[in-house]
Design a protein around this ligand. Structure first.
Ligand SMILES: C[S@@+](CC[C@H](N)C(=O)[O-])C[C@H]1O[C@@H](n2cnc3c(N)ncnc32)[C@H](O)[C@@H]1O
Length: 197
């Protein structure tokens, strides 16, 4: 083996170990985020939930299971490929209480005062117009409804708590409750019964 090949192999090994470590850390973070989010959402049967940036439905399906047949989950996302994967999962699991729509938060397609909960799980940083998106989510929640935002630092679009708080409060949300720490957290915001703006 020439020195050049040995160096190339060593580099490849380092990259593989680094990527494997990152993937493992990401999985652990997602699992911890799932647990925090579950506690924060406190879903009950019959609730109506909006999953903004639902992707391939990773968290949409467990929520649909929790709200049961009297509740409903609406998943929205911009990416057709991910939504197709979500639809396949739904069909496989025979869920009847989930709808999936290709649209973006901030595009004005959401119904008003329709949801008890809205979730943004690793999504906020990917939204191009965050103010418009949060304003539309605010409108889509029922008075007394809760927006839950979960963020983890390994996400390249990670948003700090201060940024999230200031964006949410600017559209009328009131900070209610945060679980986790600065690296991984799930933050609830309340839409007041009588909006203050
Ligand atoms: C990192 S993925 C998270 C997916 C899912 N929430 C999860 O936890 O598995 C972020 C998703 O946000 C979506 N997204 C970006 N901007 C959006 C917008 N304005 N409205 C809805 N979804 C959006 C992306 O298409 C992407 O699928």
């Amino acid at each position: 083996m020439t020195p050049l090949v040995a160096i190339a192999l060593l580099l490849a090994l380092v990259v593989i170990v680094a990527l494997g470590g990152y993937a493992m850390a990401w999985l652990l973070l997602i699992n911890a985020g799932n647990r925090l989010t579950k506690k924060q959402l406190a879903l009950q049967s019959g609730m109506h939930v909006l999953d903004v940036g639902c992707g391939s439905g990773r968290y949409t399906l467990p929520m649909a299971q929790r709200v049961g047949s009297t509740g409903e989950v609406l998943g929205i996302d911009l990416q057709a490929g991910k939504l197709q994967r979500a639809e396949q999962r739904l069909q496989k699991a025979s869920f009847k209480n989930v709808r999936i729509i290709r649209t973006g938060a901030g595009e004005g397609k959401l119904p008003h005062e329709a949801f008890d909960r809205a979730l943004l799980f690793a999504v906020l940083g990917e939204i191009s117009n965050r103010e418009a998106a949060l304003a539309e989510i605010f409108q889509a929640l029922k008075p007394g409804g809760v927006l839950c935002i979960t963020e983890g630092f390994l996400d390249p679009h990670y948003q700090r708590q201060e940024q999230v708080r200031s964006l949410a409060q600017a559209v009328g949300f009131v900070k209610e409750h945060c679980r986790g720490n600065r690296w991984l957290y799930s933050m609830n915001f309340l839409k007041p019964e009588a909006p203050s703006h």
